[in-house]
Ligand binder design. Structure first.
Ligand code: GDP
Ligand code: MG
Length: 177
């Protein structure tokens, strides 16, 4: 067997969950295409983007799934979660209700996946400092008590978007390798 054939391949499914309009689709489009859409509409059908990153000299492919807006109807199905190695749980720092719902999303995630799934809490829209309703400390402390990674991001100005995905991908890689 040649060295090429002996090389391992990694493909990780990651799901993005959280309330409607917290910025899930824009986090993905910022990360995968460096695009932001101020008037993004829910698309039809489940979508994912595949992103390749190099870790320890190995090619790792992250298949990142975005909801098609079904979270509005609390209708994210088990098929969406199936086979996921990681999850980004997103809230909007300018809307407290989306933070209050994190517990519900965690329950749903836990009921559809086992505990080895890497989990990250993401407080998005940190560019909206003037209308902030959830402090950085509250986010941190929730993440700590639930054993989640945590970061605040802005899909609008790109703050920490790459970092968020890289942390979760690296954690998954560490879990499986
Ligand atoms: P989703 O329903 O969770 O997929 O949210 P979207 O990505 O569709 O975003 C919902 C709305 O929030 C859109 O109008 C986006 O332009 C806006 N948005 C998303 N991310 C950010 C951000 O980081 N900052 C600001 N200010 N607006 C954002
Ligand atoms: Mg969306």
């Amino acid at each position: 067997m040649s060295d090429d054939e002996a090389e391992e391949e990694y493909l990780f499914k990651i799901v993005i969950i959280g309330d409607s309009a917290v910025g899930k689709s824009n986090l993905l489009s910022r990360y995968s295409r460096n695009e932001f859409n101020a008037h993004s509409k829910a698309t039809i059908g489940v979508e994912f983007q595949t992103q390749s990153v190099e870790i320890d000299g190995k090619e790792v492919k992250a298949q990142i799934w975005d909801t098609a807006g079904q979270e509005r109807f609390r209708a994210v199905t088990s098929a969406y979660y199936r086979g996921a190695f990681g999850a980004l749980l997103v809230y909007d720092i300018s809307r407290r209700a989306t933070f209050d719902n994190v517990a519900r999303w965690l329950d749903e995630l836990n009921s559809h996946s086992d505990t080895t799934v890497a989990r990250m809490l993401v407080g998005n829209k940190c560019d909206l400092e003037n209308s902030r309703e959830v402090s950085l400390e509250e986010g941190k402390s929730l993440a700590e008590s639930e054993g989640l990674f945590f970061v605040e991001t802005s899909a609008l100005d790109s703050t920490n978007v790459q970092t968020a995905f890289e942390i979760i991908i690296r954690e998954i890689y560490n879990n499986v390798s």
